[in-house]
Design a protein around this ligand. Structure first.
Ligand code: PGA
Length: 244
């Protein structure tokens, strides 16, 4: 087990440190497969990466990306779809090839088939060289919600109340938040050669404590990362505040 925890002063410092780690991955392996994440946490990191690209410090032309998850039922044009988010926050601002980014498609009628095809796609790429993760207040990674098991492959997930509640701020009301998503499984994530997990704010403190300083249990899906051989956590002081 190898978990390195870097505690940043605040969100901006967390974002700069995370961007530097991703930048060094791109510099050391220009044809890396980057596993990417959505949510509010990585937005600052993506801004820093765009800045580095604009300053000609980074070249994305050989990079391939895969994303953790997508809401079921949202079209790619929907401004809360993760496809839209990734284009808006990163893809449209750097020199990634148009055919080099992959996300599960939440609009396919047969979601199970889409999940199997997505898993096969990620596997064919050799899985992520570096997988960026946020973490849910309930310890979820991707949309792997607390439960009795760790699901291995990309699968359809029923979102928990906690997740719907956390994400309703982006929708007109809680009723508009999709109730299901397609998510990489814990096995898909654990195949990544490096995992970079970000957390900011007091409402993530419990998840950080339980994931890295508690028992490994599917009730806190992030805790499986204690078994990964190369995890870097970059969190701010608030997210670290429950660790003694
Ligand atoms: P957030 O979401 O970055 O919007 O807090 C993280 C997550 O739910 O994994």
């Amino acid at each position: 087990m190898s978990v390195r925890i870097i505690v940043a002063k605040d969100y901006d410092e967390m974002s700069r440190k995370a961007a530097n780690i991703i930048a060094s991955q791109i510099i050391m392996k220009p044809d890396s497969v980057l596993g990417l994440a959505t949510g509010s946490t990585p937005i600052g990191t993506y801004k820093e990466l765009v800045k580095k690209y604009e300053n000609k410090e980074l070249d994305f032309s050989e990079i391939t990306t895969v994303n953790l998850d997508e809401y079921k039922g949202l079209s790619r044009e929907h401004d809360q779809s993760y496809y839209y988010f990734m284009h808006d926050n990163l893809f449209d601002h750097v020199n990634l090839r148009k055919d080099a980014s992959f996300l599960p498609d939440g609009t396919k009628a047969d979601s199970e088939k889409e999940c199997a095809e997505y898993e096969a796609k990620v596997a064919s790429l050799g899985y992520a060289d570096l997988q960026l993760l946020g973490i849910g207040r309930n310890g979820h990674i991707g949309f792997n919600e607390p439960g009795d098991v760790f699901v291995k492959d990309t699968h359809v997930v029923d979102l928990t109340e906690s997740t719907i509640d956390a994400n309703k701020r982006f929708f007109a009301s809680a009723d508009d938040v999709p109730k299901q998503a397609l998510s990489m499984g814990i096995g898909t994530i654990m195949h990544a050669k490096t995992v970079l997990l970000l957390a900011s704010g007091k409402d993530k403190a419990e998840a950080i404590k339980n994931s890295f300083f508690g028992p490994v249990t599917p009730q806190c899906q992030g805790s499986i990362l204690q078994f990964h051989s190369n995890v870097i956590v970059v969190c701010d002081e608030d997210a670290y505040s429950l660790v003694k």
